[in-house]
Design a protein around this ligand. Structure first.
Ligand SMILES: *Cc1c(COP(=O)(O)O)cnc(C)c1O
Length: 508
């Protein structure tokens, strides 16, 4: 499927996708230097047609037509990067073409890796949440990805926020949202943080031990406490029970202590573990929460809050929602006076971010000993890309992720023939630092025609990536290009954010 998109109405340039756009873009850079401003070019590129990933081009909108809407591209939040329009893969290609132009202009760090964030995915996940779990209010777990656009969009959509530190609380309050929409969901907090929460009006907070109760009694006696109970986290990528959660047997003692200290305990929370792949864990956890509710009654409390935590996955969300909904109906049939909240993180952002990384180096063996048998599962080529486990791919170390590269450009072209895609060889993919732990993929199968300068893409890079990236070895954290998407939800995202800004919220 070859397409030729023509933006030449205004600038006499033909982006011939059927030939080699990368080479085209190089020629653009020279003309650009002659007569164009970079802004004009990126404005035009940002409204260019929708193109699918790799060699598969998808239907598109009309580039010339979309020029009429350029005024919609005025910044919604001055100080934040622009919010572009169009399919994320278009922006991945635009970013790559821009990198080629910068390289041609001898810019340092021209080929820097970058993220593309599609906010319509976040919007879509919220729609999905409301549809399948309408009885549960989401409090987005800020730690998962405190991206300024993600936080603004979710604030505008009316979610609450799960904050774990003073910094996160301040970041969310700065958006202009009510402190009642925050739960301080870290059971072990610094006293100064508790004091600041009190000052800011953040009352809801979790605890799972008696020392915390003493701290809260001193620093925030008016807190609305939530007891975090231990549940079975063995079916998740990241187990949290090792660090947090009161065993049910200890709950009566804790509640008695809270009573003694004149503290208000309003409910129960749990977290089944991040990246929970067994929906049944939620049913078991709700059953335990029921027991904790009954313990509350014994201790003289009337609990009105159930916090079912995070752990929701994109892949099995509907199933999990079904299991959770069923358990809620079974163990909490009477919802009178009961507020149910959750703390989803990964679910909202994982699929919304993709990363484009440049192959900066390649090491291929010299063929070795010709008598050696070639083992197809033994990498023969090593690729080095410009983001790694000290950066965005820290999710491999901390979040136990396996990432899967796909080819975005091959041999300097976005036009990747199927035959070339199919001629693969086993390889390994490495980050840019000098540490050998910096391995992105120990074994992958990528086209043997890949060259230094080509680009790889990685999807599902929104959760627990950017937020924990370091600048180890002098490599900067990858930037983010934002789009409101090229399809369903795009107009809504823009309208929701614009409305939020009009109300005076979200200014930097
Ligand atoms: C990390 C965390 C979350 C978010 O978990 P996800 O698996 O990303 O949904 C929610 N609540 C608490 C207390 C957490 O520590």
């Amino acid at each position: 499927m070859s397409q030729v998109e023509v933006i030449s109405a205004t600038c006499h340039i033909d982006f011939g996708l059927s030939s080699s756009p990368v080479q085209d873009s190089l020629s653009i850079s020279y003309q650009e230097k002659l007569s164009w401003t970079t802004d004009l070019v990126s404005g035009l590129l940002s409204t260019s047609p929708t193109v699918g990933r790799g060699a598969h081009y998808e239907p598109r909108d009309n580039a010339v037509d979309s020029l009429h809407h350029l005024d919609e591209d005025r910044p919604i939040f001055p100080g934040l990067p622009p919010l572009l329009r169009g399919h994320p893969s278009t922006h991945m290609r635009n970013g790559i073409m821009r990198a080629y132009r910068l390289a041609a202009a001898n810019e340092p760090d021209a080929e820097k890796a970058f993220f593309v964030a599609d906010l319509s995915v976040v919007y879509g996940q919220h729609e999905r949440w409301k549809r399948y779990l309408p009885q549960v209010e989401p409090f987005y777990a800020v730690k998962c990805n405190p991206d300024p656009y993600v936080l603004r969009l979710l604030a505008a959509l009316g979610t609450g926020f799960d904050c774990a530190s003073n910094g996160e609380i301040n970041q969310v309050l700065k958006l202009g949202i009510d402190p009642g929409r925050i739960i301080f969901a870290n059971p072990c907090k610094a006293v100064s943080f508790v004091r600041n929460a009190a000052k800011a009006g953040v009352d809801m907070m979790t605890f799972d031990n008696a020392d915390e109760l003493h701290k809260v009694a001193r620093a925030h006696p008016g807190a609305k406490l939530v007891v975090r109970i231990l549940t079975d986290d063995s079916k998740s990528l990241c187990r949290l029970g090792l660090k947090f959660g009161a065993p049910l047997a200890s709950v009566p003692g804790l509640l008695a202590k809270a009573r003694e200290l004149n503290l208000d305990v309003v409910g129960v929370s749990f977290h089944v573990g991040s990246g929970c792949y067994d929906s049944k864990a939620f049913a078991d956890a709700v059953a335990r929460a029921r027991a904790a509710f009954d313990m509350g009654k014994e201790a003289g409390y009337e609990f009105g809050l159930l916090d079912v935590g995070g752990g929701f996955e994109d892949g099995n969300f509907e199933e999990t929602a079904g299991v959770l909904g069923g358990a809620l109906d079974r163990y909490f049939p009477d919802r009178q006076g009961l507020r149910i909240i959750a703390e989803p993180g990964r679910f909202y952002v994982s699929r919304a971010f993709s990363l484009a990384a440049n192959i900066i180096a390649r090491r291929a063996g010299d063929g070795g000993n010709p008598e050696d048998e070639i083992d197809p599962d033994q990498p023969t080529v090593m690729y080095y890309i410009n983001d790694g486990v000290y950066g965005a791919f820290n999710c491999i170390l901390f979040d136990h992720q396996h990432v899967h590269p796909y080819v975005v450009s091959l041999g300097g072209s976005f036009h990747v023939p199927d035959a070339a895609l199919q001629r693969t060889e086993s390889c390994s993919v490495w980050g840019p630092t000098c540490d050998s732990i910096d391995c992105v993929c120990p074994l992958a199968h990528l086209p043997s025609a890949l060259q230094v300068g080509d680009w790889l893409g990685f999807d599902h890079m929104g959760a627990y990536t950017i937020c924990a990236a370091s600048q180890f070895n002098g490599f900067e954290v990858s930037n983010v290009v934002y789009t409101c998407g090229g399809g369903v939800g795009a107009a809504e995202v823009r309208a929701v954010l614009a409305g939020f800004a009009r109300e005076g919220h979200g200014a930097e």
